[in-house]
Design a protein around this ligand. Structure first.
Ligand code: ARG
Length: 555
């Protein structure tokens, strides 16, 4: 596994410096330095002047090879020597560039997608699926073991409602072939009837209680409906190119353990009874956590606590990352606090990687039922739109070719549109922006890659000499060399947009480079320029791959 120029360099610098000093690698393009170390903090801590602090730092680093230090104002700037520029450019063209072994022997659990089943998946779960999948790929690339868990919402009163409507429609609880659309209709029917007939809600509660107590007749039907949903889900994951989950879990797998968590909470004396229900008071959050309902049913929270215990016991993860909407912030604050009080995860960091809403401009999208927009329809539509774009650009392609490329471009566009935004922000669907060939969109990045590849294929004969003149291209090399550091910060914040934004910058830089320097017809530096084009293509491909976005040789 390669150590890249910049990962080794930053590691070495961090090792030599006093703890807590940060290294800054977001430098303006036309600076000669590749990294800068701010010296203010050291000066302040030691009560010395900036100059003295800067010299102290450069003395500490004097053993670092192949770099030059320069004291400038409040910073120590780090410059690569010619030799390292060479090495960095070479690395950036390697297929495994960006990968490290930093996470070796550490495990990360990622809980993502996790839709509520027995209804079609909505676009709301797209974000969790796409962000979770990107995080998984990013952690894997750094050598971590990743356990991806799909925590299906397969238990709860909504199943009581479904059972009522099912019985009403078919007369019994016999499992039948039924589609998710039909199941959704059952929900819709239930709700419109329940508005007029209050007793249906009671009936639903009764049926869920039957299910909860293990009644075979309803359990068999429930299992059947769960199986139908899982099949549909896996079809969607395949069309989105989502990596397989290590575990298809479900709330229903944690009923018994949820009971023992409740017992544990009682034994520890952290729970109190309140109007027949069991709660844990959480004064610091202002809202108690409900562990058990008056009617004795376990809840989402107690099942989630049980799942934490199981995950910690089975995988001993360094982190459990929940990729779940902002709306559930309180739930996770409560969950983490109670898990702490119960000592369920003493050596595991629990992280809610939350995200904002995805909304649709009114009237712009086709909807099958009411106002819910189904992920499947969106996927279909984006691929169709991508197909038109590909056809426009390449009228000579066959339908089969167009179909294949449209799949990559359409799905890529959908994912990138989500991933390029800071996950905390809300996003509004916009087909034009999503599919732009010259904006912050996957097609633009994919197109840049294709363009670079086509240059390289036309220059198949190139033989890079040993003494390269890289001086004119240092800006490009510095930028390309940063991929591993960008991956590092994306992981530190569980924020794939940092990588997406970087890649957008890389595509822009590639076009600028190509405008400025002829490559195939170059009179000077042809091998150098080809190497740079190769590195651009490679960084784009590797980076997009980490976001779960495919590139195409032709487009
Ligand atoms: N099924 C839930 C929902 O759709 C999300 C579950 C997230 N994961 C968890 N462990 N709570 O709202």
């Amino acid at each position: 596994m390669p150590e890249s120029v910049l990962t080794s360099l930053t590691e070495e610098i961090y090792r030599l410096l006093p703890k807590g000093l940060v290294v800054n690698f977001e430098l303006p393009k036309n600076q000669e330095a590749i990294l800068a170390i701010p010296v203010f903090r050291l000066a302040k801590e030691e009560g010395i002047g900036l100059d003295e602090a800067a010299h102290k730092i450069s003395n500490l680093l004097s053993g670092v090879k192949n770099v030059e230090f320069e004291v400038a104002g409040g910073f120590v700037n780090v410059r690569l020597t010619e030799e390292l520029y060479n090495k960095a450019l070479f690395e950036a063209g390697q297929s495994d560039f960006g990968q490290t072994e930093i996470g070796r022997s550490k495990t990360i659990v990622i809980d993502y997608s996790s839709p509520n089943i027995a209804k079609p998946m909505s676009v709301g779960h797209l974000r969790s699926t796409v962000i979770g999948d990107a995080l998984k790929r990013l952690y894997l690339s750094q050598g971590y073991r990743v356990v991806g868990i799909n925590f299906l919402g397969d238990w709860g009163t909504q199943f009581g409602k479904l059972l009522v409507a099912y019985k009403d429609k078919f007369g019994d609880f016999e499992p039948r072939a039924i589609t998710l659309d039909e199941l959704l209709e059952l929900y819709v029917d239930f709700h419109s009837q329940a508005e007029r007939n209050q007793s249906l809600e009671d009936e639903a509660r009764r049926l869920f209680a039957r299910l909860d107590s293990g009644d075979q007749e309803v359990k068999i039907l429930w299992q059947h409906l769960v199986d139908i949903s899982k099949k549909e889900l896996s079809r969607i994951y395949t069309s989105l190119g989502i990596l397989d989950f290590e575990l298809m879990d479900g709330e229903s797998n944690h009923l018994a353990q949820a009971e023992s968590i409740i017992e544990l909470a009682k034994a520890r004396g952290i729970s109190t009874e309140s109007e027949g229900a069991l709660i844990v008071d959480l004064p610091e959050l202002g809202t108690p956590l409900l562990l058990k309902k008056k009617d004795g049913a376990t809840l989402y929270a107690s099942r989630d606590l049980a799942a934490i215990k199981e995950r910690v016991g089975k995988y001993n993860p360094e982190k459990i990352i929940y990729v779940v909407a902002n709306e559930q912030s309180l739930h996770f604050q409560q969950l983490f606090s109670v898990a702490g009080q119960l000592g369920l995860a003493p050596n595991t960091e629990l992280i809610h990687a939350k995200f904002g809403l995805i909304s649709l401009p009114e009237g712009k999208m086709s909807t099958r039922q009411g106002r819910v927009v189904f992920l499947e329809d969106v996927i279909e539509e984006v691929i169709e739109k991508a197909g038109k774009i590909v056809k426009d650009k390449n009228p000579e392609f066959s339908d089969g070719q167009i179909g294949k490329i449209a799949q990559k471009v359409g799905v890529g566009a959908l994912k990138f549109y989500d991933l390029a935004n800071n996950r905390l922000h809300d996003i509004v669907f916009n087909w034009e922006k999503m599919l732009a060939l010259n904006g912050q969109a996957a097609p633009y990045l994919q197109y840049s890659y294709t363009r670079a590849e086509s240059i390289l294929s036309k220059a198949a004969d190139f033989e890079p000499g040993s003494d390269l003149n890289l001086k004119p291209y240092r800006d490009q090399i510095k930028m390309l060399a940063k991929l591993p550091l960008v991956i590092g910060s994306a992981l530190e914040k569980n924020s794939p947009h940092l990588l997406a934004q970087y890649l957008f910058g890389i595509a822009g830089e590639f076009h600028a480079f190509y405008e400025k320097y002829p490559v195939l017809k170059a009179e000077a530096d042809r091998p150098e320029r080809l190497l740079i084009v190769k590195a651009f293509a490679n960084v784009l491909k590797n980076g997009l791959d980490l976001l779960g976005i495919e590139v195409s040789e032709r487009m």
